[in-house]
Design a protein around this ligand. Structure first.
Ligand code: RIB
Length: 293
């Protein structure tokens, strides 16, 4: 079986819920507070490991309590952590999340995640084999993303870039990556509002996620809309990560693109029903009643 390798960020999420967001210069009272493992890379790895097999994480943590918690959490979710190394000069990454008015706002402080640099990933890229699946996001340096996508294209490794949080993506990355999975806002930024045209320009590669409405792509002949699921929402944090992790698992299972996206939509719909980025991420047994292979 081909392995899934997530190259990306790991963080501890510090989550506050409140009736509203504070305005500039304003102090308000919150309702609840909790800390929980997060970071888009770690979330995608956990989502993939709950549904698939042989999931590796390449990333960096601080030599601190948060780092230990991140490491333990990955291990207890069966993510292989041989390529997760601590840095001594920076703390672990953190994400500061406000839940209010049925949505989240997030400030990410990458810290140790900024050390997922080209020389660090170079130590591990030779472990990738033809057909393996690499998942990338944008809470690590941009040069690393470009370098990994280049390497994957040259070695027949499948690459998925989830361009979140949004920052400009090199045109060479767009050309060389196997799959791009922006949401509606990110795709509008990436293609200057010309998303319909971009879907046609990048068939079977550009997949625009639409939350509970599912996902769309162009198959070379027509636009394909893969429907999502309406659920009772507790917390949308990590839904996109669940989608990406599950999509990688769909490819690992050799599903067609459309079927892999249907699988990803189903898994993402479960994730919004639990609190915290990883709280609602399903196992295969959770979704089997609704998934008919
Ligand atoms: O995608 C959700 C994640 O974004 C959170 O877990 C938080 O860590 C931020 O990076």
């Amino acid at each position: 079986m081909n392995k899934i390798v997530v190259i990306g960020s790991m963080s501890i999420d510090l989550v506050v819920s409140a009736a509203k967001r504070p305005g500039k210069g304003e102090t308000i009272l919150g309702e609840t507070f909790f800390t929980t493992p997060g970071g888009k890379g770690a979330n995608q790895a956990v989502a993939a490991a709950r549904l698939g097999d042989q999931v590796h994480m390449i990333g960096r943590i601080g030599n601190d309590d948060f780092g230990k918690e991140i490491h333990e959490n990955l291990k207890s979710n069966n993510v292989i952590v041989d390529s997760v190394e601590p840095v001594t000069h920076l703390p672990s990454g953190t994400a500061h999340i406000t839940l209010a008015e049925e949505d989240n706002s997030i400030i990410v402080v990458p810290s140790a995640n900024n050390e997922v640099n080209v020389s660090y990933v170079d130590k591990y890229l030779s472990t990738l084999n033809k057909g393996d699946i690499v998942l990338l996001q944008q809470e690590i340096p941009g040069e690393t993303v470009t370098h990994v996508v280049d390497y994957c294209a040259a070695h027949d490794v499948i690459s998925i870039l989830n361009p979140a949080p949004y920052r400009e993506v090199d045109q060479t990355v767009i050309e060389k990556v196997s799959y791009l999975t922006p949401n509606e806002t990110e795709s509008a930024e990436m293609f200057n509002g010309n998303v319909e045209q971009a879907l046609i320009q990048y068939p079977n590669k550009l997949i625009v996620t639409l939350g509970s409405k599912g996902a769309v792509y162009y198959n070379g002949k027509e636009k394909v809309e893969v429907p999502g699921y309406k659920r009772e929402v507790k917390d949308t944090t990590g839904a996109g990560d669940t989608f990406n992790g599950a999509f990688a698992v769909g490819l690992q299972k050799s599903y067609s693109l459309e079927k892999a996206l249907a699988f990803a939509n189903l898994a993402a719909s479960y994730s919004v029903m639990g609190m915290g980025a990883q709280g609602g991420m399903p196992n295969l047994t959770d979704i089997e009643g609704e998934w008919h292979v």
